[in-house]
Design a protein around this ligand. Structure first.
Ligand SMILES: Cc1cc2nc3c(=O)[nH]c(=O)nc-3n(C[C@H](O)[C@H](O)[C@H](O)COP(=O)(O)O)c2cc1C
Length: 409
C-alpha cells in the first residue's frame, strides 16, 4: 500500500516493520541535551530529564544526537558512544526513559563540517566547503575533505555505536541524515563536490547513508529498529531537493528501515527560521506528502507542529504515522499528554524575539537547551529567561569545555 499510512488516531499503537511497537503516535524528537561529562558519559541530570519525559505520555523518545566519534561532537557535552564502550554505563539512562512504556531510540550523528570550533579543531566533511554565512564560518571548525578510508571508518563507527545501543537496551537507533550534518552534507550537491564514487549523482551522494544503514542492520538483531532522519529538502537553491528526498526514501525502504523521520533544512536554514515565529501547522507538512506517496515505511514528521487539530488530522488522514515534537518538550515536559488529551500546543512559551533576527536565532537553541538543563535538575522551565542570561550561560559552558571541566549544573 505504497503512498498512504493506515488512517489512525494519536492513541493507536504502531507496529514497526521490525516488530517494535510504539504505544502511541507522539514522539519526542531529538534535542541535543549537552548533559554528559567531559568523556561523553550521561550525567545524573540526563537520567532525571528522561525520567520526566518518560512520564510525558510520549510513545517514542529519541535521544539528542550521540557522537559516534569522540573527536567529532556537534556541541560540548554530547554523549559519545563508540565500539569500546561498556553498555552498562548507559543502563540508568535506558531504565529512566523506558520506565513508563515509551520506546527509546538513540540518535547517532557525525557533524561533518557543522562541528563547533570550540569543540573540534578540525572537522571532516565530504568536501572542503565552508558555510557561506559569516556567523557560521566564525563558529564552525574549518572542514577538510575526507579520504575514502575516513568514510569507511565513519560507516563502521555508526554500526559499532548501534551495536552498543542495542546491548544497552535501546529499542532502536536513528541515523541523523538531516539538518546539514555529515550524512546530509553528502546528500547535498552544495556541500558534496566529490568526483569519486561518493559524489555526483544522487545514487553516489546517498551511498554513505545506504552503507551506514546496511552496516547497522548487519550488526543488530532483527527486532531492533533502524530509523533515519532525512530532510524533505535543504530549501536552498541547488541543494538537496524533494525529488532527491523521494529517491533516497525509496532506497532506504529497500534497505529495510523501520521509521523515516522527515525534517528539512541545514544550519543556515534553521538560523533563518529560528529568528521568526513558528507556523503552527508545521514547516514541512506539504513536502512530506511527496515522500509519503512514494514509500510505505512508517513516516514521522517533525518541525513546527503545534496546532492540535492539524496534528490529529495528519494522522487521521494517513499522511504521517508519528508526530515528532522537539521544542514543546523543553517548555512543557507533558506536551505529549496535552496532545493526546485533545489539546493543542500553540500557546507554549518561546524565547523573546530580538530586533536583530540573527541574534534571536543564535540564542534560540541555547535557550531551549538551558530549559532541558533545568528539567534535569528537577526545576520547572523558565519561560522568562532573557537573552543576556542565555548568552552568558552559553559562553560559560564553552569556557568550561575548553578548560576540560564538566558542565556546571
Ligand atoms: C535545543 C535543540 C537541540 C536540538 N538537537 C537536535 C539533535 O540533536 N538532533 C536532531 O535531529 N535535531 C535536533 N534538534 C531539532 C529538532 O529535533 C527538531 O527537528 C526541530 O526543533 C523542529 O521541531 P520542533 O518545531 O518540534 O521543535 C534540536 C532542536 C533544539 C531546539
Amino acid at each position: 500500500m505504497t503512498g498512504m499510512a493506515a488512517p489512525a488516531n494519536l492513541h493507536a499503537p504502531l507496529e514497526l516493520p521490525c516488530g517494535v511497537v510504539l504505544p502511541n503516535r507522539v514522539a519526542k524528537a531529538a534535542m541535543s541535551e549537552q548533559l554528559a561529562d567531559r568523556q561523553g558519559r550521561p550525567l545524573p541530570a540526563l537520567v532525571a530529564l528522561y525520567q520526566r519525559w518518560a512520564a510525558s505520555g510520549a510513545g517514542l523518545l529519541i535521544t539528542g544526537n550521540v557522537a559516534v566519534q569522540p573527536s567529532q561532537l556537534v556541541e560540548p557535552y554530547n554523549v559519545v558512544v563508540t565500539a569500546d564502550d561498556d553498555p552498562t554505563w548507559l543502563a540508568e539512562w535506558v531504565d529512566a526513559a523506558k520506565c513508563h512504556g515509551a520506546r527509546l531510540f538513540m540518535q547517532l550523528n557525525h557533524p561533518g563540517r557543522q562541528a563547533l570550533r570550540a569543540v573540534t579543531g578540525r572537522s571532516l566533511a565530504p568536501s572542503a566547503v565552508s558555510p557561506r554565512q559569516r556567523l557560521l564560518r566564525w563558529a564552525l571548525a574549518r572542514p577538510i575533505e575526507m579520504t575514502v578510508a575516513d568514510i569507511g571508518r565513519i560507516v563502521e563507527a555508526f554500526a559499532a555505536s548501534a551495536a552498543v545501543a542495542e546491548r544497552a537496551g535501546f529499542d532502536g537507533v536513528e541515523g541523523h541524515a538531516a539538518h546539514g550534518y555529515l550524512l546530509s552534507q553528502f546528500l547535498s550537491p552544495l556541500t558534496n563536490h566529490r568526483r569519486d564514487g561518493w559524489g555526483g549523482s544522487i545514487e553516489r551522494r546517498s551511498r554513505i547513508l545506504m552503507e551506514v544503514v546496511r552496516a547497522i542492520r548487519g550488526r543488530v538483531g532483527r527486532r531492533f529498529a533502524v530509523a533515519v532522519k532525512l530532510n524533505a529538502s535543504d530549501f536552498e537553491d541547488g541543494g538537496f531537493s524533494v525529488d532527491d528526498a523521494v529517491h533516497v526514501a525509496t532506497g532506504l525502504q529497500a534497505e529495510g528501515i523501520d521509521l523515516l523521520e522527515v525534517s528539512g533544512g541545514s544550519g543556515s536554514f534553521w538560523l533563518h527560521l529560528l529568528g521568526a515565529a513558528t507556523p503552527t501547522a508545521g514547516y514541512f507538512t506539504t513536502s512530506v506528502e511527496h515522500i509519503r506517496h512514494a514509500v510505505d515505511v512508517p513516516v514521522m514528521l517533525t518541525g513546527g507542529l503545534r496546532d492540535g487539530t492539524v496534528v490529529r488530522e495528519l494522522v487521521a488522514r494517513g499522511v504521517v504515522d508519528v508526530i515528532g515534537l522537539a521544542r514543546p518538550f523543553a517548555v512543557d515536559p507533558n506536551a505529549a499528554r496535552r496532545l493526546l488529551a485533545g489539546g493543542t500546543l500553540d500557546d507554549l512559551p518561546t524565547p523573546r524575539r530580538s530586533a536583530v533576527r540573527a541574534v534571536g536565532a543564535a540564542l534560540s537553541s541555547p535557550w531551549h537547551q538551558q530549559q532541558l538543563r533545568r528539567l534535569g535538575r528537577g526545576l520547572d522551565p523558565e519561560p522568562s529567561r532573557g537573552r543576556a542570561r542565555t548568552a552568558a550561560r552559553l559562553v560559560e559552558m564553552q569556557l568550561r569545555w575548553r578548560t576540560g571541566r564538566n558542565p556546571a549544573l
